[in-house]
Design a binder for this molecule. Structure first.
Ligand code: LLP
Length: 397
């Protein structure tokens, strides 16, 4: 992903910063588009993964919709080229203010997570003389093979409604005049690589849809959420997620009624591999038991390793010779501020640039100000390539 000229450009930029490979994003979107067009599927991109305006513009320009979980995300989506009819608004705790805003904007659908929320949306829409389109998020009580913090579809998770709560909403639909039930929504977790988990989800969706139909309710769309994982271990070998396998698994197992639409809310699988966090080694030191490379990025820029003990490949961009084992740690006053333990790297020294890979999703978005840190900036391959061309250096990254 990095050639000499881009690394030379990196040397001149204040670290830490995010670097986004826009060509990879475009290739990812092209592959996704070809598949979704083939199946007739609709994708709403989950802004929570990365809501940089330049990234959103690329995604909206390909005709994908947006999946938002806050009023501010709805605003950002609208400002970045997504039209209101392509926006879904999800989340367990939408405020009245956010619902009002989304109603006024005329979004496509509210994914509702409780009976009370449906009643509130009904009231707020009625007050405006509108009818809100809603989908009911069903908690299918399915185990997903992923980290427990990013699994969302078990009965003891806060997400979605139990089947009995869903039944109760359906029974009340007649009195809820300001909502129109247009979909069923599911989401079982994130970073799921086991395609069997999706086959299980599709089978659950079939069962729940059959229950809806037995009550005389047919919905226009089924939304299976996001969750498709990426290869954090080999980002160069697998720069694009296995969209083909994912859609094939769903296609094979999901019962779709004539005219019914199938929707997805993909986040990570679209933006993860295009992003790297670029950091400089400040110091190296040998502790009693370990050798540390202390870098100028921390958990404030990329929280995932501290929060989920997640693996990110770390690459020394300055030196390829020699070898050593390092704990790569940040400057934050927390022991969990560690990007990797016992990482084999080339001989690593003060001033070396390190790339922490697969950081395009849930990286910049989850940054914090802890320790009063400055916000890391984002740089885009398109611009850096132009800068390099200006100096007569060819860049292909
Ligand atoms: N739809 C819903 C309802 C969701 O809850 C999520 C993610 C998505 C779509 C997008 O899922 P994706 O395609 O990105 O897997 N911060 C964590 C991930 C949290 C995901 C929460 N929900 C991480 O860094 O791994």
């Amino acid at each position: 992903m990095f050639n000499e000229s881009i690394i030379e450009t990196f040397r001149q930029i204040r670290t830490p910063f995010y670097y986004y490979d826009m060509d990879l994003l475009r290739r990812t979107l092209a592959e996704l588009k070809a598949l979704t067009d083939g199946y007739g599927y609709t994708v709403h991109y989950a802004l929570k993964a990365n809501a940089e305006e330049r990234v959103l513009r690329e995604i909206s320009s390909m005709g994908f919709g947006a999946d938002c979980v806050s009023g501010n995300e709805v605003k950002r989506a609208l400002a970045s080229g997504f039209s209101a009819e392509e926006i879904v608004f999800a989340g367990v705790g939408k405020t009245d203010e956010e619902i009002d805003f989304a109603l006024d904007a005329g979004i496509f659908c509210f994914n509702c997570e409780s009976e009370q929320e449906v009643a509130v949306i009904n009231e707020l829409a009625r007050a405006k003389g509108r009818v809100a389109s809603i989908a009911l998020r069903v908690n299918p009580d399915i185990e997903a093979n992923t980290h427990r913090h990013i699994s969302t579809g078990k009965a003891d998770h806060k997400f979605g409604m139990s089947e009995s709560e869903v039944d109760s909403v359906i029974d009340r639909l007649g009195e809820l005049e300001a909502v129109h039930l247009s979909g069923i929504h599911f989401h079982i977790g994130s970073q799921i690589l086991e395609l069997d988990n999706y086959r299980d989800l599709a089978r659950s969706a079939n069962r729940i849809q059959a229950k809806f139909r037995a009550k005389g309710v047919e919905v226009a769309h089924i939304n299976l959420g996001g969750g498709l994982g990426v290869d954090y271990f080999n980002p160069d070998k697998h720069p694009i997620a296995d969209f083909a396998g994912f859609f094939a698994a769903i296609h094979e197992a999901l019962d779709v009624l004539p005219g019914q639409k199938v929707h997805f809310e993909l986040g990570r699988s679209i933006v993860c591999q295009m992003g790297s966090l670029i950091s400089r080694v400040l110091y190296t030191k040998s502790g009693a038991k370990k050798r540390f490379a202390i870098v100028d990025a921390g958990m404030t820029e990329l929280l995932r390793p501290a929060l989920y003990q997640s693996f990110h490949r770390i690459q020394n961009l300055s030196n390829q010779t020699g070898v050593g084992m390092y704990d790569v740690v940040g400057p934050i006053c927390e022991s969990s501020d560690t990007f990797g333990t016992e990482v084999m790297l080339p001989e690593t020294n003060r001033g070396d640039l390190l790339a922490i890979r697969s950081a395009g999703a849930y990286g910049q978005m989850m940054a914090s100000k802890y320790n009063l840190r400055d916000e890391a900036k984002a740089y885009y391959s398109d611009d850096l390539a132009v800068e390099n061309r200006g100096r007569g250096v060819a860049v292909c990254c």
